[in-house]
Design a protein around this ligand. Sequence first.
Ligand code: AVJ
Length: 402
Amino acid sequence: MQAGLLPAMGRPGAVGYCATHASHAVKTIKSYRLPGKTAFQSNSNRNDSILDPPEKALLKLSDNFLDLAPDAALTATTPRFINVYAGKSPARQAASTARELADSLMAPEASVSPKYFYNTLGSRLFEAITALDEYYPTRTEAGIFAAAYPQMAQALAQAGLPHPCLIDLGAGNCAKALALIPYLQPRQYVPVDISVEFLKGAAAQVQNNFPALGIVGVGMDFSAGLALPDEVQDEDRVFFYPGSSLGNFQPEQALQFLRQMADPAQGKARGLLIGIDLVKDAAVLQTAYDDALGVTAAFNKNLLRNVNELLGADFEVRQWRHVAFFNAGLSRIEMHLEAICDLTVSWSGHSRRFLAGERIHTESSYKYTVESMTELLRQAGFRQVRHWSDPKDWFAVFWAAV
Ligand code: AVJ
């Protein structure tokens, strides 16, 4: 990635963080200064190096998160932030979360929804996963984007969306949007995530980098529905759903979710930019979810800590072990937590006994083919579908227009 790509990032001496340079920063942002060409286009041996430049760029990006100058934190405009509790008060929301957790833990085949991975520590552990050698999706996707940003921007412009409202589903640290914004030049940026405190920090960071951009942060569980607050503009909505997060849905749920997005009465999408992990060699897949450092194991077990907090349960993390494998028949990675010994877990007057070897299913991560994903998007109501992928066809980014 070239230095000019992210105009106001926190390189030493970069503009945009410091109040005294604010007007310069705004000017830089308003023009969304674009580089002449991407690192990829200028690289003669594209295939050999596809993974390296964006990986470096990602590392740079996280450096920038840490490097934020203290005075910048004080002078930054805090973006608007809206918490959506699906029409319920926070107390009722907490009660229904507890009920949902209790029900899924009491089921004959115990499970916990993967959305409960993402407390603040969980979001950080996921960030760490994306930096692992074994976890190829993030850097492969970044490589695809880095090679195709201008083409993607062109695809949006051709669809009549030169300045979209960019809705970033599961925005997390907003790193992917930070790189995309200079190209798509959104009128409004709407990062959405269930991990509210984590997102607030990240949204403020985006505002630092793009002071002139209208940002509406939304804290909500969008798996429950895509009804966005009124502050989010209706026009020119483009959903950004990278990272293969769609893979967490069962295929039938994925279809419903995409349909909802394309529905003029609900998501009101004009287009969707979505990244999806592709079916590949089982060993490569499996290693990505069972890394040598044990970061994914920690991410999986941290879910128990979150359940303890949300449900008032007494899970002992040490009594559980991480299990991950590729279920080829269902085309999905499965993650489970397996009881190491016979044990009992209790919460507010209830308890469940687990025998050694019994599992809690914590995540399914479905893998698609280019064909199956194209078909899914068409079934959901997207008419124009195209995609970009890496040389190994490990990952694909789709642009789908309604
Ligand atoms: C965020 C759902 C895309 O399935 O690869 C990473 C989550 N779980 N390692 C994925 C995850 C274990 C990730 N998604």
